[in-house]
Ligand binder design. Structure first.
Ligand code: FAD
Length: 477
């Protein structure tokens, strides 16, 4: 009887996880006008929700809010874990401003609300591609730029660095163009500004010609990862290291450009076999185990070492269109924090995270590792840039992320340990992911912090674009 009940339960969970669309990208204003973010941990009740169809309409909303002494913030696809979108006044969403404006050789200008998956298709039609992407393409272009969203590759900057020019509606309702030659200060500030300077309405990107990419994945022992990080990162184009805590193996993903000039790879649909491994085996089946382990955190180490680490094929090699290779997808809805370090300090921080993952503490009567998770710790690498509030400002970075599926208590404990380690090694938190830092702690981490804040205050003296998050991370003393 018990066995039958367990089997039915497992089948129900499996069916739910396979059928549920985690890629849902609809604008997240739900019943009773509450906006919620992707992982459901942030929400707000904006008094007015607007989806403008023109730049003029955006200007009108901003002017009206300024006259009324109200706030304005923009929601992209709501894929940020931090409360950077939330406002109780005017919430703007640019899903209707999502068109292609011009393509001239490799310069592409689009409306800023376009989702990345839509942009990827447009670029492919014109024989172009995004130079780099993160794990997914569900977000809006302005949204990823605004938080400095990144992929991996120590010679590759964040998506904000691919921007050649942008147009932004400022607090006085004017539309201003900023580029490497025009309004340069604003350009350096606006490319990572989480809605605190104005509403970005158009973006011009430099997009290279389309080429196929290859993903190679294999397992390595943890001790070998630590010794080889620097060589791997310097020698390979794009490196991702995934490490399930409480196991002694990690998985390396290498992304590169095989010397193949096959137009069919760039235009063809994914083969059913690749789809099966990518979308069913590695994501959905994985998520079933994660779901079960989230209910029983005391067994996480056993789940991690005995089950999940054995689910993936020992070696995988796929060639496909670049956006499909750069995007790795995700198994289910989780909560994430991510810190950016100088390379050497990042390696030390990673070692400390591993050491703490082997120590235990008592929580609510259970003995649990100090840092554990049902998702892997992920290491990625990003090139330095000169954007004022970029997490890579002035330093090539190792990026360490901690994600936990469903269990907020495990996340809260583990993230507190990770944040302590991050503070020791000068880690900067991702603006769009969960963190607890305020302006006081963030200011010393960013050489251009004061410059950004004084430009912001000059452009927006009535604080139209100051929501609680902006106030907390930039202005509060
Ligand atoms: C499953 C998942 C995978 C992810 N993978 C990665 C990854 O690989 N790499 C990485 O770095 N991050 C990653 N993230 C984080 C995510 O890319 C960022 O949080 C990104 O900002 C979300 O884009 P969005 O369109 O949802 O923006 P939102 O979360 O809606 O908004 C983000 C910020 O941008 C502002 N904003 C949005 N549009 C505009 C505009 N037009 N003008 C001015 N401000 C605007 C908002 O006000 C807000 O402050 C991931 C998140 C999830 C949930």
């Amino acid at each position: 009887m018990l066995r039958a009940a367990i089997s039915v339960g497992l089948l129900a969970v499996l069916a739910y996880l396979v059928l549920y669309d985690f890629h849902d990208t609809t604008f997240r204003v739900q019943s009773r006008d509450t906006w919620v973010n992707w992982d459901g941990q942030q929400s707000c009740k904006p008094a007015v929700v607007v989806q403008p169809s023109s730049i003029q309409e955006v200007q009108n909303v901003v002017r009206k809010a300024a006259e009324e002494g109200k706030k304005v913030h923009v929601a992209g696809s709501g894929h940020s874990f931090s409360p950077c979108v939330c406002t109780n006044d005017y919430l703007i969403n640019l899903d209707k401003l999502n068109g292609l404006l011009s393509i001239s050789e490799n310069r592409v200008t689009v409306e800023a609300g376009i989702r990345l998956y839509h942009l990827n298709e447009l670029l492919a039609l014109h024989g172009l591609r995004m130079k780099n992407l993160g794990h997914i393409s569900e977000q809006s272009l302005a949204g990823v730029i605004s938080t400095g969203t990144h992929g991996t590759g120590i010679r590759y900057g964040s998506i904000s660095t691919l921007v050649e020019a942008l147009q932004i509606v400022l607090a006085n309702g004017s539309v201003v163009t900023a580029s490497r030659t025009e309004n340069v200060e604003l350009f350096n500030a606006a490319r990572v500004s989480f809605g605190s300077l104005g509403v970005i309405v158009t973006v011009t990107l430099q997009c290279p010609n389309a080429v196929p990419m290859r993903r190679i994945e294999y397992f390595v022992k943890t001790k070998d990862i630590i010794n080889s990080i620097k060589t791997l990162v310097e020698e390979k184009e794009h490196v991702i290291i995934w490490h399930l805590l409480q196991t002694d193996v990690g998985r390396i993903t290498l992304l590169d450009y095989p010397n193949i000039t096959s137009p069919t790879i760039l235009s063809k649909q994914r083969s059913p076999v690749v789809k099966f491994f990518d979308e069913i085996v590695s994501l959905k089946v994985f998520s079933v185990f994660m779901y079960i382990s989230s209910l029983f955190p005391q067994y996480l180490p056993i789940f991690n070492s005995k089950l999940v680490a054995n689910l993936l094929p020992s070696h995988l090699e796929i060639v496909d269109r670049s956006d499909r290779i750069l995007n790795s997808g995700y198994p289910a809805v989780y909560t994430e924090m991510e810190y950016f370090f100088e390379l050497d300090k990042g390696i030390e921080a990673y070692k400390e995270v591993l050491a703490l993952s082997l120590e235990e503490e008592e929580i609510g009567g259970l003995r649990l590792p100090k840092i554990t998770s049902n998702l892997p710790i992920v290491l990625r690498f990003v090139a330095k840039d000169d954007i004022y509030l970029s997490t890579q400002y002035g330093r090539d970075s190792l990026v360490l992320s901690l994600s936990v599926f469903r269990n907020q208590e495990v996340m809260r404990r583990a993230s507190a340990h990770v944040e302590r380690i991050a503070a020791k090694y000068g880690g900067r938190p991702h603006w769009g992911k969960m963190h607890n830092l305020s302006a006081k702690q963030l200011r010393p981490l960013y050489p251009m912090f004061d410059k950004f804040v004084s430009l912001r205050n000059e452009l927006d003296p009535k604080r139209v674009f100051v929501n609680d998050y902006v106030n907390h991370v930039l202005l509060e003393q």
